[in-house]
Design a protein around this ligand. Structure first.
Ligand code: 5AD
Ligand code: SF4
Length: 453
């Protein structure tokens, strides 16, 4: 029998390649895969063609994500055809949504596993089994697995998994299961370990982060705002972000925390989905336009400078021109710092996929163009408030467009390209000179404290 962890060439180190689709939760899961495989003695290959173990961490939120992934899977099939000793693994939400069907549709796949089942990949690699295996229960967290972070100064903290909401368009409850919060003590230890390992910016992850804790036993139960307070107190953590909160659970204590906790960034991602109360109802979002706008007003009251970003779906079934006009109005009124805009995509086994009033594709596309115009114009206007200000930037490395310049992010999560000399992971002050809807540009300045040293 073949030993997958050692393989055909016992003297040669096995190599893996992982391709990630989808959200930050998946980016984090892939970092866990990298960490786990490294501890199993694998090395990362730069190209898929050089890998013994070809992995995909998949997403199924929209149809476009499925089709992009299937094109990549075609290449894995070809590579496996060239060398049948290769192992092909498919993890994540798409794998979970089609389960065992993976093996019928794609017989060259050796192992498939749902989100949060990364440890099962290790079990598979260490087993002698030659038959294809699928692992799809919702049970453990990958929290205890080692991680290989993409940037050593940025880390993720998965605080919960699953989702108890029933948004009628969303496949996540069926791919990630019911909501399960992680023990706060364990999370704090993990935050401390990240800080000790050089992480300065931590992003708390969950499908609905601000409902954190409700399922915990009474003796350990804390709220999301309390969790933020405890992470804020960890020495070395200079910046905290989280994604995504649900507007229905966005309570005043969390909003106030943005004003009070030094590390908690001035940035809130508050998914709107639609500006029409009638559509929000069909989406089962459990808030209406008025309640959403109240949340925005509360944010503006406590943290006037806070960046607000959002997700919006256009062309949900039953969306009339008047409903869409309300979405445009909300986008104008809120003046988002940025927005992710999606054309509604019917997902299997979701309620919205079979609802009456499916919107014709050309109408969706036309509405999307109008929405993008409003979002970009408002974001560009709003970004002008940064011009002339000196802002703290966490350096990420050279600029993508001009390698003689540097790139980093402000606390508002705006990307900045700037003139200056600094190492990745350093915090520098940058004077902002120009701003577009997407990025800021400027020159680094020496903080006063350093000038007088
Ligand atoms: N169609 C289009 N967009 C969707 N989203 C989730 N499900 C769908 C769907 N079926 C969007 C939502 C969510 C973001 C992550 O993806 O806006 O907030
Ligand atoms: Fe995609 Fe949602 Fe799964 Fe993230 S949780 S990978 S967005 S389906």
């Amino acid at each position: 029998m073949r030993d997958r962890a050692i393989g055909r060439y016992p003297e040669r180190v096995k190599r893996f390649h992982v391709t990630t689709f989808g959200c930050q939760m998946n980016v984090h899961d892939s970092e866990r895969m990298r960490g786990m495989l490294t501890s199993l003695g694998y090395e990362e290959a730069a190209e898929r063609a050089e890998a013994d173990l070809i992995l995909f961490n998949t997403c199924s939120i929209r149809e476009s994500a499925d089709s992009r992934f299937i094109a990549h899977l075609g290449e894995a099939k070809r590579l496996k055809g060239e060398d049948p000793e290769r192992t092909v693994g498919v993890g994540g939400c798409w794998a979970q949504s089609v389960k065992e069907e993976v093996f019928e549709r794609f017989p060259f796949v050796d192992v498939a596993f749902g989100p949060g089942q990364i440890h099962k990949l290790a079990e598979f690699l260490n087993s002698d089994s030659l038959t294809a295996q699928g692992y799809f229960e919702f049970e453990d967290f990958a929290g205890h697995l080692p991680t290989r972070r993409e940037r050593e100064f940025q880390g993720w903290l998965q605080i919960a998994q699953g989702c108890n909401c029933r948004c009628s368009y969303c496949i996540v409850p069926s791919t990630r299961g019911r909501e399960v919060s992680r023990d706060p003590g364990e999370l704090l230890l993990e935050a401390e370990a990240l800080a000790a390992d050089g992480v300065r910016e931590v992003t708390l992850l969950g499908q609905n982060v601000n409902s954190y804790g409700r399922d915990l036993p009474t003796d350990t139960r804390i709220t999301f705002a309390e969790l933020l307070t405890r992470v804020d107190a960890v020495p070395g953590i200079d910046r905290i972000r989280y994604t995504s909160p649900h507007p229905k659970d966005m309570k005043e204590d969390v909003i106030r925390a943005h004003a009070e906790l030094p590390a908690l960034c001035e940035q809130i991602h508050l998914p709107l989905q639609s500006g029409s109360s009638a559509i929000l109802k069909r989406m089962r979002r459990t808030y209406d336009r008025g309640r959403y706008m109240d949340r925005v007003a509360l944010i503006r009251e406590h943290v006037p400078d806070c960046a607000i970003t959002t997700d919006i779906i256009v062309g949900f079934p039953g969306e009339t021109e008047a409903d869409f006009a309300e979405t445009l109005e909300v986008a104008e009124e809120v003046r988002y710092d940025g927005a992710f805009t999606f054309v509604f995509s019917p997902r299997r086994e979701t309620e919205a996929a079979t609802m009456d009033g499916q919107v014709p594709h050309p109408v969706k596309v036309e509405r999307m163009e109008r929405l993008v115009e409003v979002v970009q114009r408002r974001a560009a206007e709003r970004a002008q408030r940064f011009v002339g200000r000196t802002m703290e930037v966490l350096v990420e490395g050279p600029s993508r467009t001009d390698p003689t310049r540097l790139r980093g992010r402000t606390r508002h999560n705006k990307a900045v390209n700037f003139e200056g000399i600094a190492e990745a992971g350093e915090m520098v002050d940058v004077e902002i000179e120009t701003a577009t809807s997407q990025t800021l540009a400027g020159t680094s300045v020496r903080p006063l404290s350093q000038l007088f040293r």
